[in-house]
Design a protein around this ligand. Structure first.
Ligand SMILES: [Mg+2]
Length: 406
């Protein structure tokens, strides 16, 4: 047995080279990207990492339960790890994002990439470039042409206007301008409503149907998250109605039970869970299996940071959908760049003409850049089988990740 010897938690805050205004956050402007990083070390010195998006200090106390549940346990027994991570969930704190760190350890111990442990093998993935901001059609077309030039053949757009006619123009015009050269998908980001900075669009089934019709006519590939994520019946009705695939699933934090129910109800045609939110690697792999069984499609969401991207990439390479679906590549310069997204990694995930080779390196396939971690991160919790230290002072001067423009 390879026992968990220590657990460290870091708060990492990486400045963005330019302000970034995510489509999903009305009036929100981000100047940095922030996440929690966990480092699990075993008694034989193997380290595993995972990371989860942060807003501020909301996980400051998480170390207490993680340490009491995981120290001394077999790091390779994923079933038991998941069982332990489930427990704080009943108190409202979901910790499934920690599970990939154990797969990282398991892969390193076995000398194999995680995708191989999952039954796949390192392969070349076809990517779609995923924009994060809403842009006016002229600017969007220029951006699409730059992406085309870089080798991408599929791009995901964003819409988030109060006026649905504006949304429709934002998909129609690029589709018309690049017809025959590039395909588009669109993310409506209606699964959750972030209206803290003022009112944002809130779609109902009728608007979602009209938008899906317009996207079908414009020749798009899919329409992502056109409805609030808990409106299961409406989603199923939309999917049954729509002539274009409806997709979603990145934020279903109850994990497999919820997504299995949604597959059963055929809420989406394409399931896009993200292991960091939707139950870790093991549960997300099961979503892929169930989607296949139901005749539906699967391609994981990856928009968080370079570590979340790596985790979902390993899943994609073993999902059975790796040769038929495109895989999300978050990239929205000048704010959301490869350098900022992957700042903590020794080797950033650089695409090659719109493709990416999954590495054959053991574990999740990346090395943490310890210098970058020392620069951008603050360790606020460290526990071993011998000592526990909580360093609240590390979080005292923390600037929340997303100072919000109002
Ligand atoms: Mg999305």
């Amino acid at each position: 047995m390879s026992a968990v010897d220590s657990i460290e938690l870091y708060f990492v805050n990486i400045p963005l080279p330019a302000p970034f205004s995510p489509a999903w956050f009305t009036n929100g402007k981000r100047s940095s990207t922030a996440f929690y990083l966990v480092r699990i070390r075993t008694g034989d010195g193997v380290e595993g990492f995972s990371a989860f998006s942060a807003a501020g200090r909301e996980r400051a106390g998480s170390g207490d339960s993680l340490a009491s549940l995981l120290l001394g346990k077999d790091a390779t027994d994923i079933d038991h790890v998941l069982e332990m991570l489930h427990i704080p969930g009943y108190g409202g704190i979901r910790n499934f994002w920690v599970e990939p760190a154990f797969w990282d350890i398991k892969g390193k111990l076995a000398g194999k990439p995680v995708c191989e442990l999952l039954g796949g093998k390192p392969c070349k993935l076809n990517l779609y470039v995923s924009a994060g901001e809403v842009k006016a059609p002229a600017e969007r077309i220029e951006e699409a042409l730059r992406n085309l030039e870089a080798g991408f053949r599929v791009m995901k757009l964003r819409v988030h206007d109060m006026d649905e006619a504006v949304d429709i123009r934002q998909v129609q015009e690029p589709a018309r301008a690049l017809e025959g050269r590039m395909k588009f998908a669109v993310d409506c980001n209606q699964a959750f409503w972030l209206t803290g900075n003022g009112p944002g669009p809130k779609w109902d089934l009728a608007r979602a149907k009209r938008f899906a019709d317009a996207c079908h006519e414009a020749g798009l590939l899919w329409v992502e998250e056109p409805l609030f994520m808990e409106r299961y019946a409406d989603m199923a009705a939309l999917a049954a109605y729509s002539r274009i695939p409806i997709s979603g699933g990145e934020l279903h934090t109850q994990g497999l039970p919820e997504l299995a129910h949604m597959i059963d109800k055929r809420c989406y045609h394409i399931f896009q869970p993200d292991a960091m939110w939707t139950g870790g690697i093991q549960q997300t792999m099961e979503v892929a299996r169930l989607a296949r069984k139901a005749g539906l499609k699967f391609t994981p969401h990856t928009w968080s940071n370079g570590i979340g991207f790596a985790v979902n990439m390993q899943i994609m390479a073993a999902s059975g959908f790796q040769h038929e679906m495109v895989f999300e590549y978050p990239y929205n310069p000048p704010g959301w760049t490869l350098e900022a997204r992957d700042a903590l990694l020794q080797q950033p995930w650089r695409h090659e003409r719109g493709t990416l080779q999954v590495p054959d390196k053991p574990g999740l396939g990346f090395d943490i850049d310890e210098k970058a971690l020392a620069h951008y991160g603050k360790c606020f919790f460290r526990a071993s089988r011998k000592t526990v230290s909580w360093m609240p002072e590390a979080l005292r001067d923390l600037t929340p990740a997303a100072p919000l423009a109002r």
